[in-house]
Design a protein around this ligand. Structure first.
Ligand SMILES: *Cc1c(COP(=O)(O)O)cnc(C)c1O
Length: 232
């Protein structure tokens, strides 16, 4: 199968999961995850209908940026503060904010280019030491801090990256927990220009249908669209 055929397959499965869970298909976006892919492969996906893509390394994003057709770029990986400057004017959303230090840098760089940056808070539901994300119990604190300090950031929801699963069902409890937090967030009553939780970024190639059933608004799909990855 080529990229277009695989993308259409993912789109169909995503829409079927939406129907199954009595949700509207339009409420769930597909983010094509393009790490390790060439600009040419990304352009094929855009021709097939992809409107949003996600990269997890700043340098890779910057290298490809000029050779990719107009599309909405998202940043989905661990972001070092010294790389924020290079992507701030290129992305529509940063999914992976997990510290006040990173938020402050994003705020500063967003102000410098005159934009308000949409971000998601990455939660670490499994409490894994090795992975990025903040524990659920600290979510309200970090949201309050960012809302109070960072005028050029708007928090648009949460990103959830569960431990690598062998079965799609293994991810369900993590997705369910993220959904509960997301719904809680909506009741906190921060000003809408600071905190407007509309996006729940969860689900990858192995488990995106489960994620849709559990309330995802944005699935991040790489290998199911582009084929298996070969890391250099
Ligand atoms: C690579 C990656 C994905 C997509 O992974 P696939 O299994 O290829 O779909 C999603 N989210 C993040 C944060 C990633 O780094």
């Amino acid at each position: 199968m080529n990229i277009q055929e695989r993308y259409l397959d993912v789109l169909r499965l995503k829409d079927e999961a939406a129907v199954r869970s009595k949700r509207s298909k339009e409420d769930i976006a597909i983010l094509g995850v393009t790490k390790t892919r060439t600009a040419e492969e990304i352009n094929q996906a855009i021709d097939a209908g992809i409107t949003d893509i996600g990269e997890n390394k700043a340098q890779e994003l910057v290298e490809k940026y000029d050779n990719v057709k107009p599309v909405r770029w998202h940043f989905i990986g661990q972001l070092q503060t010294n790389k924020v400057k290079s992507i701030i004017d290129k992305v529509v959303m940063i999914h992976s904010v997990d510290s006040i230090k990173l938020a402050r840098e994003i705020d500063k760089r967003a102000r410098a280019v005159g934009k308000q940056m949409d971000v998601l808070i990455q939660i670490n539901s499994a409490m894994e030491d090795t992975k990025a994300g903040i524990p659920a119990g600290e979510l309200k604190n970090i949201v309050s801090e960012i809302a109070a300090e960072c005028d050029n950031i708007r928090i648009c929801g949460l990103m959830c990256l569960p431990p690598i699963a062998t079965e799609p069902e293994d991810s369900r409890p993590y997705f369910r927990e993220a959904r509960v937090l997301f719904e809680e967030m909506k009741t906190w009553g921060f000003p809408e220009n600071k905190v407007m939780p509309t996006e729940l970024s969860m689900g990858m190639s192995g488990d995106f249908q489960v994620a849709v059933e559990e309330g995802s608004t944005m699935v991040r799909v790489g290998s199911s669209i582009f084929g298996p990855r070969n890391y250099k």
